[in-house]
Write a protein that binds this ligand. Structure first.
Ligand code: 26W
Length: 822
């Protein structure tokens, strides 16, 4: 009886218009006479949402009945960006919507750009999680994402007088993509104490009691796959005060204010995304966030498993949980607690289940990013969990001792507890011990972690536990959606869009690398994309840039290890060089626009100084009449996913120039090459594998190698007096003489390179960087050859699809099968 009432949703243009207008008039209660772009967006989003919901419900039903293993991706960050465009393309009705909106008097691009980015992440790790969800749904894997429903995503960045200013990102005003599930709630406990008691068989049992309760409420968002009915679920937890008697009593006693205070304290847990990327600050609220989210998610997963009425031993056959870095490591401890304290399993039986369930992905080797929590803090907030961590550690150390009876030092090196003042819990060790697989995110990175942070663990567990899964990106968003014309051109040569779900098919493009007509179209598309970016730059900064110039782009989080400072020092060198040139020499130059973008963590003073230096250099260079179009320096404000969709297709060359051995993978390097841009980079992260795929002649590599970094650092600290490269010295002289404004502001930045050990080896790589940039200039002058390089590179990028990456996780780590809708 239900079936005949279920609507399929619109398919034609007229039906789309009907649905959109109905939503505007009734759901939104707006008159069509004052329907603006925002209303048109809202109506369109609701019309598409209806279509998604039908498939979403069916997918969930199908997955329940299929009774097979599911994947749960636990990530504190999902950098989703906008949803409407993606939904239109995945459902396959973007053209219908385009025509319909035109009838109604709107341009589809204007409507799409009304949507607020869902910016629940900092950078690479969060965007990777979003690409994974897209691939999981597209490949029909039964998979859920679990995260927090932050009220404030990553802050919005304004550049005021050349300084970064942070504005809160309140993004939930109108969000048609989320569904509150007020019936799906979990009570989460904090603080309290542990009571020991005698269990049935005389064994000592533990029970976590007292403390306070906060309620987790589920909010769900549909994740549609591309050209498939599979629509997975992203579940976000929101915190609120538990509606227990406790508050009520207070309220009745006239303590209105303090009962509202409790409310606010509870809501604080999911209020804001921590804006640090690669820096662990050890704040209590962050630990609360982590436990709140892990406990709610596990309760949900266990509840779903229990409905199947299977034996506990079957849990790892039904559930794979992937930990996106160490942020969800408490999930390991929480599952062990549920199994032994609540479900009354024996320790060993429980621990086998736990370790077979979890996999852990490491995303960084930066020592300051490795999470550690102070023992006293954890003792206070999660007393029972700390006990379990000590027990896990004891069992582990006993095992190690049996294996290496003579090695006392090994025990203190690998202990989960660091014997410092105060003692600290090393989360990366706990995650490793509690998982059956640990993976890095690019070959070099995986090799590095095997020989550094996890060296001892490799000898304890053997090498098979440690593996590599090189990152990838979704070609749906990062080619088809961001660069529709290039996608269309490729499809016209390949005879269709199959490459969007099998990116290796791009290799058929290679035969067109010398095709005159094809190359011309390719160039026209790149030029149009540059014109679009130039317009954005003009509109937002007031500076007009020449789209015929070489666009040189570095957009990513601002961090010393990513070396935006190397880039801007190179720009200053270029400026000084041009200033010293004769008019004849200048005529031979390729005009360049140096484009920067990215956020600095609010407390990262040095990163903010780098932003200020870039802006100050721009201020001078861009207004220097003597320079004209030869050089422009642009800072694009508030870099985010939707800006990246405009910026990436417009690049001629992009910069991926981290100190070798510091960037775990990088993923924007993949996006830029896939969009027909070349890259200048160091032998770091995925750059190495990109080079292997596209060929050495198609990439501009420079700089020292990871294996030499240690010695170079040593030489800076202990070596004899250092002579700075004369070009770099000239750059510092210019800065210090006030060429770019008050030199005092840049003192610490200059000193970090010249006097304080140059930890990121800027001076060691500077001359190699400058020389390689000259090679770029030369190469760009030969456009025929340049375009051939771009086409050849794109044709060889198939490996970097997140579909390949998810396939590897599914086969090597999760052991799950797709569930293909009939
Ligand atoms: C505890 C604070 C904190 C916050 C975020 C520590 C570490 C992180 C992330 C792991 C940092 C991050 O985003 N890492 C990036 O992950 C990408 C996806 O694997 C890689 O491509 C980047 O190279 C890596 O920097």
């Amino acid at each position: 009886a239900w079936k005949k009432h279920t609507k399929k949703g619109f398919t034609t243009k007229d039906e789309f218009e009907d649905e959109t207008v109905r939503h505007i008039e009734t759901t939104l209660a707006r008159s069509l006479f004052n329907c603006d772009e925002l209303a048109a967006y809202s109506g369109t989003a609701l019309a598409f949402r209806d279509r998604l919901i039908v498939e979403w419900n069916k997918t969930q039903q199908r997955q329940t009945f299929a009774d097979q293993k599911r994947v749960y991706y636990l990530s504190l960050e999902f950098l989703m960006g906008r949803a409407l465009d993606n939904a239109m393309l995945n459902v396959g009705l973007k053209d219908v919507a385009k025509d319909g909106l035109k009838d109604l008097g709107f341009r589809i691009e204007d409507v799409i750009s009304q949507e607020h980015d869902a910016a629940l992440g900092n950078g690479g790790l969060g965007r990777l999680a979003a690409c994974f969800l897209d691939s999981l749904a597209t490949m029909n894997y039964p998979a859920w994402g679990y995260a927090l429903r932050y009220r404030y995503g990553i802050f919005k960045q304004q550049i005021i007088d050349g300084y970064q200013v942070e504005i809160p990102d309140y993004w939930l005003d109108f969000n048609p993509w989320e569904f509150p599930r007020h019936d799906v709630t979990v009570e989460i406990q904090f603080y309290g104490w542990v009571r020991k008691y005698q269990g049935e068989n005389g064994k000592t049992k533990a029970s976590w009691e007292g403390g306070e309760i906060v309620e987790a409420v589920a909010y769900d968002a549909p994740i549609p796959g591309y050209k498939t009915a599979t629509t997975n679920n992203l579940r976000l937890w929101s915190s609120k005060a538990a509606s227990g008697e406790f508050d009520f009593q207070k309220f009745n006693n006239g303590e209105y204010e303090s009962s509202v205070g409790d409310q606010q304290r509870a809501e604080t847990i999911s209020a804001v995304l921590y804006p640090n990327d690669n820096l662990d600050r050890g704040k209590e609220l962050r630990l609360k966030q982590q436990y709140f989210w892990c406990a709610a998610s596990l309760y949900d997963i266990v509840r779903r498993f229990k409905k199947s009425e299977k034996a506990w031993s079957a849990f790892p056959d039904m559930v794979a949980i992937q930990l996106n870095d160490t942020h969800p490591t408490l999930a390991i401890v929480e599952l062990q607690r549920i199994l032994i304290d609540i479900e009354a399993l024996e320790w060993d039986e429980a621990w086998t289940i736990v370790t077979n369930t979890f996999g852990y992905t490491n995303h960084t080797v930066m020592p300051e990013a490795l999470e550690k929590w102070s023992v006293p803090l954890m003792q206070n907030l999660l007393p029972r969990h700390l006990q379990i961590i000590y027990d896990i550690n004891m069992n582990f150390l006993q095992m190690v001792e049996r294996k290496f009876p003579k090695d006392r030092e090994m025990l203190s090196r690998v202990s989960i507890i660091e014997e410092s003042q105060p003692k600290m819990v090393r989360m990366a060790y706990l995650a490793t011990i509690g998982s059956h697989k640990v993976n890095g995110v690019a070959e070099l990175h995986s090799d590095l972690i095997r020989t550094t942070v996890f060296r001892d663990f490799v000898s304890i567990y053997g090498p098979d536990k440690f593996t590599n899964v090189t990152n990838g990106i979704t070609p749906r968003r990062w080619l088809h959606q961001a660069n529709p014309r290039l996608s269309e051109l490729i499809a016209s040569k390949l005879g269709g869009y199959e490459f969007l779900t099998d990116l290796t098919l791009l290799n058929k493009l290679e035969q067109f690398a010398d095709d005159k007509e094809f190359k011309k179209e390719w160039q026209e598309i790149k030029y149009a994309n540059k014109v679009r970016l130039a317009q954005h730059i003009g509109n937002t900064t007031g500076i007009s840039v020449n789209p015929k110039a070489l666009f040189d782009i570095q957009v990513k989080r601002i961090h010393e290890y990513k070396r935006q400072q190397l880039n801007i020092l190179g720009v200053i060198h270029r400026y000084l060089t041009i200033k010293a040139m004769s008019p004849e020499e200048r005529k031979k130059l390729a005009p360049r626009v140096s484009i920067f973008g990215g956020k600095a963590a609010p407390g990262y003073w040095m990163a903010k100084t780098v932003i200020h230096l870039v802006c100050s250099v721009g201020e001078v260079v861009n207004h220097d009449k003597d320079i004209g179009d030869l050089l422009k320096v642009i800072y694009i404000e508030d870099y985010n996913v939707s800006k990246a969709e405009i910026i990436t297709p417009a690049s001629d060359i992009s910069e991926h120039i981290s100190t070798a051995g510091t960037e775990a993978s990088g993923t924007s390097n993949m996006k830029f090459v896939l969009n027909g841009g070349l890259i200048i980079g160091t032998c770091d992260g995925a750059n190495i594998e990109i080079t292997r795929e596209i060929g050495e002649s198609n990439i501009f590599l420079f700089g020292n190698l990871a294996e030499d970094v240690e010695d170079l650092r040593h030489a800076h600290t202990y070596g004899n007096s250092f002579t700075l490269d004369p070009d770099l010295s000239r750059v510092f002289t210019a800065i210090r003489s006030g060429t770019f404004g008050d030199a005092a502001r840049f003192n610490a930045l200059c000193n970090s390179i010249v006097d304080h050990g140059d930890y990121y080896l800027v001076s060691d790589d500077f001359s190699s960087y400058v020389k390689t940039q000259e090679l770029v200039d030369e190469a760009y002058k030969d456009q025929e050859e340049w375009v051939a390089k771009c086409i050849q590179s794109v044709s060889r990028m198939g490996f970097f699809s997140s579909d390949r990456c998810i396939q590897e996780y599914a086969d090597m780590i999760w052991n799950v099968e797709p569930l293909v809708p009939q």
